[in-house]
Design a protein around this ligand. Sequence first.
Ligand SMILES: NC(=O)c1ccc[n+]([C@@H]2O[C@H](COP(=O)([O-])OP(=O)(O)OC[C@H]3O[C@@H](n4cnc5c(N)ncnc54)[C@H](O)[C@@H]3O)[C@@H](O)[C@H]2O)c1
Length: 320
Amino acid sequence: MNILVAGGAGFIGSHLCDKLLKNNCVIVADKLIFGARNIQHLCSDKELKANGKFKFYDMELAEQMNIDRLFSENKIDVVYHMAANSDIQKGGNEPSIDFNDTFLSTRALLEGMRKAGVKNMFFASTSAVYGEMLDVQLSETTGGIKPVSYYGGAKLASEALISSYVSMCDMNAVIFRFPNVIGPRLTHGVIFDFIKKLRKSPYELEILGNGKQCKPYIYVFDLVEAIIKLTDSFPSGEEVFNISVESEGTTVTHIAQIVVDVMGIKNVTFKYTGGDRGWKGDVPRFSYDISKVLSTGWKPQYTSDEAVRQTVEDAIKAGM
Ligand SMILES: NC(=O)c1ccc[n+]([C@@H]2O[C@H](COP(=O)([O-])OP(=O)(O)OC[C@H]3O[C@@H](n4cnc5c(N)ncnc54)[C@H](O)[C@@H]3O)[C@@H](O)[C@H]2O)c1
């Protein structure tokens, strides 16, 4: 199959490409917000190039003309839409980033698919669509959801637009609402921040909020395994899945303890900025019902704490 991975140069998208390339031809379209390092090994692989198995387009996905060109130059069977603004705090200060990268990229891709008659899309959504429903076990059918960040709003709007295209154009869509995803090639987030802060000052670590924020962390290889399994043959119509680990989440303070432990640092003082969250738009905790995804036979290998420890080890090994 010929697969378009929009945002394929990013953290999760690049791991997905590695896996998809085993049995498919992959086209990545990405404007390289974090550079090209995650796909450098694919761009420079002579065998992939010789077999025409991998192509890269450096492009703005929200621009319809770019997308139309992409679909006219390539016969695409499936679209994996992994592109979005992944810096929620940055989007909080500048909503146009989420509007463009998270929502308009979805719109342009759906339009491109409609015109080219492409029927299958995987969409990377997020727990942020639920907003702040702190004491509810969130299932895919939980109603009354109200995002509290521009990012969550842009993702929920994207999901709604996908539903309309599924219905109007007889498309098929698999939507995963990811929790926090971590692992090798991570470019942002709490683990990344803690390592950077401790490299600068190993005696004191500033922790945003009161440290009790608690979220599930999934290891990226577990997530990619689930994406491949559930899109191996697309179900007809639209299917939404909460995806997460089976264990409880990991608190921010516990993440700090794991980072300090793996880095072998002694006598660090944790300094909390206070309040129940890290920043406006952050959701301090959530709890997922993942029975739907577990019923497919997929099972994560890592618990949330194990995923955090493994990610810190990966980052240190990668020279961070
Ligand atoms: N990482 C997480 O914890 C997490 C959690 C929930 C959902 N998600 C979703 O998963 C997907 C992948 O996340 P990630 O962590 O790999 O993010 P990432 O930032 O590493 O990757 C996103 C990629 O999309 C590209 N991109 C963004 N907007 C673009 C545009 N307008 N035109 C062209 N390229 C564009 C970026 O250059 C980047 O390479 C995103 O949709 C994200 O919202 C991630």
